[in-house]
Design a protein around this ligand. Structure first.
Ligand code: C5P
Ligand code: MG
Length: 290
């Protein structure tokens, strides 16, 4: 393989020849035709660290000092109810979709009741266990240096994820974010969430609402997509005149049950890989550096 990291033990591919063909054709087209579209939670951030689960954007707030003990219990209950459904591969998307909407809606209602202050977010993120995957600095810096647009498409909370990447020093000018943003009143207190809810299974609709963004990137028909859930596969549905897409999926949890489904859906599956080593090697290859 022209990318040695594709032989890492965490890497699984159903069709390595196809992966090679896509990579060659994307490299030939040049990095000025490339755009990267990535999920945030559990894709750019770690799933676990030292044997402990790492928080999602929502969990950063759930576990913070901004939330009362009673509300923490309620949010924990929601997580214990709905997360197993999210990762249950014996249920169809049709069956899961309304339940996911229910989860996001109930959680957002609880967060709004807590009267969260906008100016407390930075501190709460700083105090959290949020962790970008190892190699994040190269990932963000290299894309920026090569003027490759990075769209972070997240069903998490935009204000929180922006703060995570800002504090890590990698919120560069080539980064755009589609996510759920908080709406604060004139006193800076959370009163609602803006716009259409983005949850784990409506990224297609989210993409189609943002045609302006994809129109601007029309000259970049080659896409590197990074995700960790099957809903992330739809993040590129708004891309215009797509030529090639390479889909890289992190399989973090319920590995054995979901392995085949992931292999059938993602071109490259990274199993319990907490690093960005493989995406970084791909980016290096596509920008002509070995
Ligand atoms: O698509 P993305 O990875 O950004 O999805 C957000 C993640 O946030 C989901 O995988 C879900 O497990 C998690 N979540 C959460 N608390 C909620 C709603 C979603 O931790 N209230
Ligand atoms: Mg995710």
């Amino acid at each position: 393989m022209m990318i040695p990291q594709l032989s890492n033990t965490s890497v699984c591919m159903k069709d390595p020849d196809r992966v090679r063909d896509i990579l060659v054709s994307m490299q030939k087209a040049g990095s000025n035709t490339l755009q990267v579209i990535s999920d945030f939670d559990m894709t750019l951030t770690r799933f676990a660290f030292n044997g402990k689960r790492c928080p999602t954007c929502h969990n950063i707030l759930d576990n913070s000092r901004l939330i009362s003990d009673e509300c923490k219990l309620q949010l924990k209950e929601l997580l214990n109810t709905y997360y197993p459904i999210e990762i249950d591969c014996s249920r169809s998307v049709e069956e899961k979709l309304p339940l996911m909407v229910e989860w996001w809606t109930k959680a957002h209602e609880l967060l709004i009741e807590q009267k969260i202050k906008k100016d407390a977010l930075a501190l709460v993120v700083r105090e959290s266990d949020a962790r970008l995957r190892d190699g994040y600095k190269f990932f963000f810096d290299h894309l920026h240096e090569h003027s490759i647009p990075l769209l972070i498409f997240s069903a998490g909370i935009g204000d929180v994820l922006e703060e995570v990447i800002r504090q890590a020093g990698v919120f560069h000018s080539n980064v755009n974010v589609f996510s759920n943003y908080m709406d604060f009143d004139e006193l800076g207190v959370l009163q609602a969430f803006k716009g259409e809810l983005i949850h784990i299974y409506n990224k297609r609709e989210g993409a189609l609402l943002n045609t302006g963004h994809f129109r601007e990137l029309r000259a970049r028909p080659n896409v590197l997509l990074l995700g960790d859930s099957l809903g992330d596969l739809n993040m590129a549905d708004g891309v215009q005149d797509m030529e090639n897409i390479l889909k890289v999926g992190f399989l973090n949890d319920k590995v054995e049950e979901r392995r085949q489904t992931y292999l059938d859906s993602y071109d490259i599956v990274l199993i319990k890989d907490e690093t960005l080593d493989v995406p970084n090697a791909i980016i290096r290859f596509l920008t002509g550096q070995q």
